[in-house]
Design a protein around this ligand. Structure first.
Ligand SMILES: [Zn+2]
Length: 146
């Protein structure tokens, strides 16, 4: 895989979540004693969420073991994105996407509302990327994000 390969922004016009009372959206942001090893991209509840890579949707993933109404997807890259694994949280999967092969920009779900769990938070999707098994900052890889 070319290390310069880019991925698509999963949210049309989505931006990096700015700091609110729950923290900032950038990779490595503080979460109290922990760190944020993903990137938050602003999304309106219900907004279409797009696959950032070419690959196969492996399974649903759950950000909270004790609150299964929040869901996400695990995508395994292929083609130009071989070696990339994407986890994306806070979307309701589109019907029939599990085990589906997807291309960059293809709709995979709709953004969920987070304000019921985190009052006052900026609604967003959370994306984590592993490249050859190593967690990396998604932002430098994403086209058209600010
Ligand atoms: Zn996040």
């Amino acid at each position: 895989m070319n290390t310069q390969v880019k991925i698509e922004n999963p949210v049309k016009n989505g931006k990096v979540r700015k700091k609110d009372k729950w923290g900032g959206g950038q990779y490595g942001a503080s979460r109290g004693k922990r760190q944020h090893f993903g990137l938050d991209i602003t999304a309106n509840p219900g907004q279409d969420i797009l696959s950032p890579i070419e690959g196969k949707i492996i399974r649903i993933s759950y950000p909270y073991a004790n609150d299964l109404k929040f869901t996400g997807l695990l995508i395994n890259g292929s083609g130009a994105h071989t070696g990339i694994e994407v986890k994306i949280f806070y979307l309701s999967p589109a019907p029939g996407v599990i085990n589906k092969s997807v291309t960059p920009g293809e709709k995979i779900g709709n953004a969920q509302a987070l304000t019921t769990k985190y009052p006052g938070i900026t609604n967003h999707v959370h994306i984590e990327i592993k490249r050859h098994g190593v967690q990396v900052d998604p932002k430098p890889l994403i086209n058209n994000i600010f």
